[in-house]
Write a protein that binds this ligand. Structure first.
Ligand code: NAD
Length: 371
């Protein structure tokens, strides 16, 4: 369902490549009433941002993508992800840094987005131990620029990436948005929790609808080289040992990229509303009297790390040599998402199995590195 409060941007197909879709009179009628939006996505060369851009372009929205193409991991991978959609007639790419306020303002003033999806971030828990200031620059200062630009350009809905890492020291499973999350274990987690707090002030003061999405370990084709699946696959294929932390005793709610993109798309279409039952003397941490919401997006089926590794071994057809190591500083041993609110408000639950998702990743990886 497309958001009725969002301005009708265009009601007729703009992409001539879509002409094959308009053969049936019924579909023609349906498409006539579709609402296409002007959506700004930060981090559009990233793992999640590029897949989301593709999906939104394919359904007829216009996308303005922002990315600084930084070298936290191989920028060539970012370029190749972008190649999938950079030439689409409804896509505009802006190679800028969200920590530069003037550049952010210029993009907003020029393109006047209806909806903004902030995915640009310095990601990764482990890197935040070595390089904390990178997290302040992008995740705090950059996010503040996005909030200000939304406020001054009448954006109708800001959706932004938070993370399961905000659950930090909590061990009550499954993790629920109704729990307090005041004990982050890394600056990365603290920066994501800060985003949720910053967004609340803008929802409260300026009536800006904001939705924060706590993603749970996203994996799949075009994924990030700093994440376990990519590293394990690379080493197993090269016949090198893999480093497995916490002696393999992790359970993770691995969530497939297409499921994340589907969830984000549904959230984009339904701007956050206030919770009229919210009580200031018994405050629910996941909603507010302001139009501010938080959701978990996770598979809600945690998998033992050793089973995840087995799925990789099966997909490659090679047994891994494992180097068992202690828990890394900043790491959370287990994650498990309660997605009741996602189901209730968006009628959606991610459900791709690790066997299918890992196989799709390994197939993509082998094709990507075939030369
Ligand atoms: N992938 C996961 O498992 C996961 C889990 C929880 C949360 N998240 C969050 O989801 C979002 C997207 O994650 P991803 O996995 O696609 O990461 P990613 O690193 O692939 O994508 C982020 C993109 O943002 C860009 N970027 C970084 N700093 C920037 C800046 N200052 N200005 C402009 N662009 C900048 C990067 O170049 C990159 O292309 C991030 O906010 C991340 O913290 C991801």
């Amino acid at each position: 369902m497309l958001g009725s409060v969002v301005q009708v941007h265009l009601s007729l197909p703009r992409n001539t490549n879509d002409s094959a879709l308009f053969t049936s009179p019924l579909i023609q009628l349906g498409r006539f009433f579709l609402v296409f939006m002007n959506i700004l996505i930060t981090g559009s060369a990233g793992f999640i941002g590029s897949s989301l851009s593709l999906k939104l372009l394919n359904r007829g929205d216009s996308v303005i993508g922002i990315d600084n193409h930084n070298d936290y991991y191989d920028p060539k991978l970012k370029e190749l992800r972008l190649n999938r959609h950079i030439d689409h007639q409804n896509y505009i790419h802006c190679k800028i840094d969200i920590s530069n306020e003037a550049e952010v303002n210029k993009v907003f003033e020029t393109h006047k987005p209806d909806v903004v999806v902030n995915l640009a971030a310095q990601a990764g828990v482990r890197y935040s131990i070595e390089n904390p200031l990178a997290y302040v620059e992008t995740n705090i200062t950059g996010f503040a620029h996005i909030l200000e630009a939304c406020r001054h350009n009448s954006v109708k809905h800001l959706v932004y990436a938070s993370s399961s890492s905000v659950y930090g020291a909590n061990t009550l499973m499954p993790f629920s948005i109704h729990q307090n999350v005041d004990h982050p274990l890394s600056l990365y987690a603290a920066s994501k929790k800060s985003n949720e707090l910053m967004a609340h002030t803008y929802s409260h003061l300026y009536n800006l609808p904001t939705t924060g999405l706590r993603f749970f370990t996203v994996y799949g084709p075009w994924g990030r080289p700093d994440m376990a699946l990519f590293k394990f696959t690379k080493n197993i294929i090269a016949g090198e040992p893999i480093d497995v932390f916490n002696h393999g005793r992790h359970r993770r709610d691995f969530t497939y990229i297409d499921d994340i993109v589907e969830g984000v798309t549904r959230v984009i279409d339904k701007p956050a509303t206030s919770n009229n039952c919210w009580k200031s003397d018994n405050p629910d941490p996941g909603s507010s009297t302001a139009p501010w919401r938080i959701y978990n997006i996770g598979n809600s089926q945690p998998v033992e790390l050793m089973d995840y590794i087995s799925a990789i071994e099966q997909s490659i057809g090679v047994k891994a040599t494992i180097n068992f190591l202690p828990l890394q500083p900043g790491d959370v041993p287990d994650t498990y998402a309660n997605v009741d609110d996602l189901i209730e408000y968006f009628d959606y639950k991610p459900d791709t199995s690790v066997q299918t998702g890992v196989k799709n990743f390994v197939d993509w990886y082998l094709d990507y590195y075939k030369n």
